[in-house]
Design a protein around this ligand. Structure first.
Ligand SMILES: Cc1cc2nc3c(=O)[nH]c(=O)nc-3n(C[C@H](O)[C@H](O)[C@H](O)COP(=O)(O)OP(=O)(O)OC[C@H]3O[C@@H](n4cnc5c(N)ncnc54)[C@H](O)[C@@H]3O)c2cc1C
Length: 373
């Protein structure tokens, strides 16, 4: 690889890194993406594929809405890979009065803040939309047009689009040292020394380590391994992605008829080995909830469980913004809900690198919000 003083290096081949490389390359920038394993190997390639605006922290909603704009025009960005996105509706049901109160309060708060994309459904409307539901509900929150995607293919789509626009992409290349020189960065990698004018830290659960290597802030990022299970194929009963208010569940049925269950419940993760554990009893709680909702799932056989490594911030919000060192930009800490945000985050990080104003305020995600004075 030639040395490049104007080069931008993106660390991390997940959805944030690939989308960032794509938006930078599309704008004619000299960009190289480094990935220690392979593209989509970690959270971005193995997640539940939930593409949801529903249930976002209110400060995250503008970013999520902006990302949805990109999801809705995905074909123009990643071509045929866009066929991996399946818009439907996303419904979080209330199973008791507490869940109902949570949902109604949320809708009222969102309306007050001017957000109308989440709407409240009464029990009969929930039943009409989910005729195979096996239990009574106390209503639920609906978002039309959210959906699910095959995550691996979407990440590959952004990576391919980045390459198509001239980005270099180096897999099996781990960044092991970052030094600030007089006029740029020197990156020590397992494939040699690289120079760059700017570095984008999209290293997922490993990003706090990269920040420390670069002499930037010590971020309170904790790694965990959210878990998922998939069943064998069953007749289609589920036209939507389902969650439960006040509880942790993501449930969908793929076009193959397989149910994908889990998402929020997490096991331990090891950053050294890049491996996540599976906590079967904890994952079983998601199964129980899924079968309470749809008894038809009881007859399905679980054929595989897995987990992916994700970085969590104490406030559940990502870190998106410039670091304290010149020429260093961070985008990490997505706390198990960063897949849907990926496209807009990539666009915003590209803006920051190029000294432009992102179209969405990134103030809630400021890297300096954990600094103590
Ligand atoms: C099981 C599971 C279910 C989920 N479900 C959903 C969902 O339904 N909807 C949703 O919106 N979100 C979901 N998420 C969260 C979502 O997957 C993540 O927030 C998102 O993928 C994070 O993307 P990323 O690019 O920041 O991280 P990653 O995908 O982890 O990418 C970071 C990359 O950086 C690389 N890297 C790290 N260190 C180095 C280094 N030193 N040198 C080079 N490369 C390095 C890593 O190998 C990794 O590939 C889920 C996550 C999991 C694990």
């Amino acid at each position: 690889m030639p040395a490049g003083k104007d080069r931008i290096i993106v660390i991390g081949g997940g959805i944030q890194g690939c989308a960032t490389a794509y938006f930078l390359a599309k704008r004619g920038q000299d960009v190289t993406l480094l990935e220690k394993d392979h593209i989509g190997r970690h959270a971005s390639g193995v997640n539940a594929g939930g593409v949801r605006r529903l249930g976002r922290d209110p400060v995250e909603i503008p970013l999520s809405l902006a990302s949805m704009d990109i999801w809705q025009s995905l074909q123009g960005h990643i071509g045929d890979h866009a066929d991996a996105f399946h818009p439907c509706f996303y419904l979080k049901v209330a199973l008791d009065e507490d869940g109902q109160a949570l949902g109604v309060d949320r809708i009222n708060a969102l309306l007050k803040a001017g957000f109308k994309h989440e709407i409240w459904l009464e029990d009969w409307e929930v039943k009409r939309r989910l005729p195979h539901l096996s239990c009574p509900t106390y209503g639920g929150i609906l978002v039309e047009g959210d959906g699910w995607a095959l995550p691996w293919r979407i990440v590959q789509g952004f990576a391919s689009a980045a390459v198509k626009h001239g980005s270099r992409l180096v897999e099996g290349c781990r960044v092991v040292g970052i030094e600030r020189g007089r006029d740029g960065w020197q990156l020590h990698t397992t494939k040699g020394l690289l120079e760059a004018a700017q570095v984008v830290n999209c290293a997922g659960a490993w990003a706090a380590g990269l920040s420390a290597l670069a002499g930037d802030a010590a971020f309170p990022l904790s790694p965990y391994a959210p878990m998922l299970a998939v069943t064998d194929s069953r007749p289609g009963i589920l036209p939507a992605v389902i969650g439960v208010l006040g509880q942790t569940l993501s449930l969908k049925q793929l076009h193959s008829g397989q149910f994908v269950i889990g998402g929020g419940i997490r096991a331990r993760a090891n950053l050294e080995t890049s491996r996540g554990e599976i906590d079967i009893p904890a994952l079983a709680a998601s199964m129980d909830l899924a079968t309470t909702l749809f008894t038809a799932i009881t007859s399905a056989r679980i054929i595989r469980c897995w987990s992916g490594i994700e970085g969590y911030m104490p406030d559940g919000l990502p870190v998106i913004g410039r670091g304290s060192q010149p020429g260093l930009v961070h985008g990490f800490g997505f706390s198990a809900h960063g897949f849907q945000l990926g496209p807009a985050v990539g666009e915003a990080l590209a803006d920051l690198v190029m000294g432009q104003q992102p179209r969405i305020s990134l103030a809630p995600f400021s890297p300096s919000r954990f600094e103590t004075t």
